[in-house]
Design a protein around this ligand. Structure first.
Ligand code: B12
Ligand code: SF4
Length: 230
């Protein structure tokens, strides 16, 4: 039942452009993170957690979905699109009589925040690098993390860690040092002004270069420039 549930959620999310899916047990994540970013577990410590992410595959699906005027007018259309697609995928797969579920989305602030990169690591999806980026063995840093879904069924046994592809001394470390030298990476306008320095951190990684986001997708991610959605 659990495998079928995961497959149904993964398939519906992928159809909307959220093409990465991995699973973990809540306890394997909760023991590794500070209390304020722990996941709820429905009273079942090894409850199933499904982590959903996306590669460059998201962009054409998201652009097509913007034909909906309500989505196009939303304050943050991409976050809204992710929430709509993933919430609908879970509701359809679990059904009204199914096990309890809890959803957490990557942009949610504390007290609902999840350390998505650490969850991706625990789920065997990616390795957390000194660049503060999660690195997928195929897609490198070219993916986003969108949601954690906790379902009241048993999750998998602990995963072996994902091996890091290099020591970063010749990859991301010099680029990270340059970005940090320009000032602390605060959010909002300050980060946007220096976004190319942070893009350079991603570009410095040798893993997954063939999967780099297209110009529109990456510029929108770093700047939030809505003219790219028109
Ligand atoms: C807050 C936040 C930030 C803050 C981080 C500062 C801070 N002191 O925490 C700021 C605004 C600076 C930031 C910047 C960016 N972020 Co950010 N961010 C998040 C967010 C919403 C929460 C992170 C968090 O609080 N985790 C909880 C703590 C307890 O976890 P942690 O493991 O201890 O800390 C992690 C992060 O906080 C971060 N971090 C902590 N301290 C520092 C210090 C520095 C210098 C940096 C760069 C990062 C950083 O790295 C840690 C892991 O190594 C996540 C989404 C999520 N829910 O996880 C996205 C997320 C981590 N960000 C992401 C990205 C892509 C970026 C940017 C590259 C792009 C952008 N948005 O402009 C930039 C630049 C950073 C870079 N390395 O290149 C992606 C990473 C994808 C991946 N493949 O790993 C995430 C997962 C969002 C997503 N939807 O995919 N981010
Ligand atoms: S350059 Fe190396 S250490 Fe840095 S993010 Fe890429 S694989 Fe990880």
């Amino acid at each position: 039942m659990t495998a079928a549930l995961v497959a149904a959620i993964a398939e519906a999310c992928a159809a909307g452009g959220f093409d990465l899916c991995a699973t973990a047990a809540a306890a394997d994540y909760n023991v590794r993170v500070p209390d304020d970013v722990r996941l709820p577990d429905h009273g079942r410590p090894r409850a199933l957690v499904i982590v959903i992410g996306n590669t460059a595959a998201l962009w054409p699906r998201f652009r097509a979905a913007l034909a909906d005027p309500a989505l196009a007018a939303a304050p943050d259309p991409l976050d809204r699109y992710a929430a709509d697609v993933i919430t609908a995928a879970v509701a359809a797969a679990v059904g009204p009589a199914g096990p309890a579920t809890a959803l957490r989305f990557a942009p949610e602030p504390p007290p609902r925040r999840v350390a998505m990169q650490r969850l991706a690591e625990v789920a065997g999806l990616a390795a957390l690098a000194p660049s503060h980026l999660a690195i997928h063995p195929t897609f490198g840093p070219w993916f986003g993390l969108r949601a954690a879904i906790v379902i009241d069924v048993d999750g998998p046994p602990p995963r072996p860690p994902v091996a890091r592809a290099c020591d970063c001394a010749h990859g991301c470390a010099p680029a990270l040092a340059r970005a940090l030298a320009a000032g602390p990476p605060r959010d909002g306008d300050e980060l946007r002004e220096r976004w190319r320095l942070w893009l350079a951190v991603r570009d410095a990684c040798p893993v997954g270069r063939a999967h780099r986001f297209g110009e529109d997708q990456l510029t929108y991610h770093y700047t939030g420039d809505r003219s790219l959605l028109g």
